[in-house]
Ligand binder design. Structure first.
Ligand code: NI
Length: 138
């Protein structure tokens, strides 16, 4: 772990109140923890903007009764096999399935995979949760 450095900086009073509100809502025990996480959050957004390598999960809810849909979704994942680390399928109900795909790769290609999966008829919802490989955050 890196050495801690103490620093001081100036903030307008209303902004300081907002910071303390954020700390209260997020249940951080002190401002330093909150500010550290805010800096990391910004760094991760810059990684995405610069299309660096990212890690994420694609979650799809779909109706498996549509002819060939499961096969099409598998086929699309094979098209992006260099991104896919793992996939888990759960039968949600008689009709519906959820599939969670763990991915690692350039942020833009992960977004491409999500778009390609969502385009298939019968996919009711698809989301992407993107995070960092963590390499540039330590
Ligand atoms: Ni299923």
């Amino acid at each position: 772990m890196s050495n801690l450095v103490r620093l001081s900086f100036s903030l307008e009073e209303p902004l300081l109140r907002k910071l303390d509100e954020l700390q209260g809502k997020s249940r951080y025990t002190n401002r330093s923890e909150l500010i550290r996480d805010m800096i990391r959050e910004r760094l991760v957004h810059i990684e995405w903007e610069e299309d660096q390598e990212a890690v994420g999960t694609v979650t799809l809810v779909y109706n498996h009764h549509l002819p060939g849909l499961s096969q099409k979704l598998t086929h699309t994942q094979h098209d992006y096999h260099d991104l896919v680390l793992a996939a888990t399928h759960v039968h949600l109900s008689h009709d519906l399935c959820v599939e969670v795909v763990l991915v690692k790769g350039f942020a833009s290609r992960i977004q491409e995979l999500l778009d390609a999966l969502r385009r298939h008829k019968g996919v009711l919802h698809g989301t992407l949760s993107l995070t960092s490989t963590g390499i540039h955050l330590a």
